[in-house]
Design a protein around this ligand. Structure first.
Ligand code: 6PG
Length: 229
């Protein structure tokens, strides 16, 4: 799978620079979307990489009431578990700004993966195309909860995931085609542990992140460590 020329890999000095560039890009895309359509629909990435950008956004002023927040995946944990992606995003950012509570659309993974996936299909049904999808990438090239070697039913929009190689084992994930159904995509990857997957990806490897990155409007923000610098 060739990485299209229009998939932009940008190498920045360190993780702080990735967070700064990401936060600036997110705010700019929000202003553009709100000016054009009165609303900004963003899908948040899970994991730890985006938290630095989320913390920067917590200090910003923005037209938060026009934001609608969705999640690319969620771990099947109790609703208030600290390791949930939505709880981490609320603590780092959303609880400190005036995004409306009824405009934060968490994946109800506490209901179990199958039921949560079914319910989330409805939550996103009128939100597509998203304005921005944020993603991270694991050391094996996974993104959201889309892991290597796992087939994704072609018609599925949101899928239950079991026996995930990254704990917890049970998860819920948007599918590549839903994640790619966005006006913009920003993938943040930092740390030397991600270098081999980045090399595989840039070499045309058929990784979940490669299948998800939407050519034409995807920026990949890397620090030097992930880029192998
Ligand atoms: C999750 C994330 C997952 C994450 C990558 C990178 O639920 O864990 O959705 O896809 O983005 O595993 O995680 P780090 O940013 O913590 O390295």
């Amino acid at each position: 799978m060739e990485v299209g020329p229009d998939l932009g890999f940008e190498v920045l000095p360190d993780a702080d620079a990735v967070a700064q560039v990401a936060a600036t890009a997110i705010r700019a895309l929000a202003e553009k979307a709100i000016a054009a359509r009165g609303v900004f629909r963003i899908v948040l990435a899970g994991g730890t990489t985006p938290l630095a950008a989320y913390r920067l956004l917590a200090r910003e002023s923005a037209d938060w009431a026009a934001w609608e927040v969705f999640f690319g995946d969620e771990r099947c944990l109790p609703a208030d578990a600290a390791d949930r992606n939505d709880v981490a995003a609320r603590r780092a950012w959303l609880d400190q700004v005036a995004v409306r509570g009824d405009r934060i659309f968490a994946i109800p993974s506490e209901l179990g993966a199958e039921r949560a996936a079914q319910e989330y299909v409805y939550a996103i049904s009128s939100a597509r195309p998203f304005d921005l999808v944020l993603l991270g990438m694991g050391e094996d090239g996974h993104t959201a909860s889309l892991f290597p070697g796992r087939e994704v039913p072609p018609d599925a929009l949101v899928i239950p995931v079991h026996d995930a190689p990254k704990p917890p084992p049970d998860r819920v994930s948007l599918t590549p085609r839903v994640l790619a159904d966005s006006r913009a995509m920003l993938i943040m990857v930092t740390g030397a542990s991600k270098h081999s997957a980045i090399q595989a990806w840039r070499g045309g490897g058929d990784l979940p992140v490669a299948r998800t990155a939407a050519a034409g409007h995807t920026r990949v923000l890397l620090d030097r460590a992930a880029a192998g610098g």
